[in-house]
Design a protein around this ligand. Sequence first.
Ligand code: MF3
Ligand code: CO
Length: 271
Amino acid sequence: MIHYKTPAEIELMRDSALLVSKTLTEVAKVLQPGMTTLQLDKLIADFIRDNGAIPSFLNYRGYPFASCTSVNDVVVHGFPNGQALREGDIVSIDIGVIKKGYHGDHAYTFAIGDPGPEIMQLIRVTKESLYKGIEKAVAGGRVGDISYAIQEHTEKKYGYGVVRELVGHGLGRHLHEDPQVPNYGRRGTGGKLKEGLVLAIEPMINLGRREVYTESDGWTVRTFDHRPSVHFEHDVAIRKNKADILSDYSIIEAAEKANPYLVTGESVLSQ
Ligand code: MF3
Ligand code: CO
């Protein structure tokens, strides 16, 4: 069942999404080689609680942490652990909160030190594909328009692997609501996009083959060929003439640029 939100509910959801953006900004400020994802997870849980919200991933279907920290060949749902991050690692940080009854759920992939041009391109193109999908997230369109835009930009144009097993989703009082939003599909197919629908759009794109497997912990999703994977996620409300992006990358990107340990797509392109 699809839940359409009123303008007042969308403002509450913007607040939840922005709290995730602010939490990701705190991560962007402190990320550096030698740090562990478990340290990040503690910072994330504390920051969310200090801001009067609940970390929504914790205990969701038994998930044991406040964040998903997915390093290199981990696609999504990586457990925070005590292993030090190293120069050349890429890490997707995915965070969820519940505030005033509404969920925020979004993610960003950081490069710690320079992982090299091939992986930096994967990061840039995956982020671009998220915005290509968001462009299609307007009333009157179809879910398949979003899916197609993401697949075209990543698989067709660059030959990357588009993960099939995991998809984006509706967002609201629940973390996962209808409809599903695959990162592959055909234009003009799937459910109609109507005003008030809020979606978490989240391309998961592999440098190599699209196949993935889940580890015996029941959560960690890895690429089958162990080549790296990138994940970006925004929360988006469907409006009449434009997509309304509720989460905010600008504050994360500013902190990313200011952190000398992080390599950004831009700095590589301008070299
Ligand atoms: N962004 C992920 C998703 O939408 C986060 C879920 S992780 C979980 O599926 F721990 F909450 F399951
Ligand atoms: Co999500």
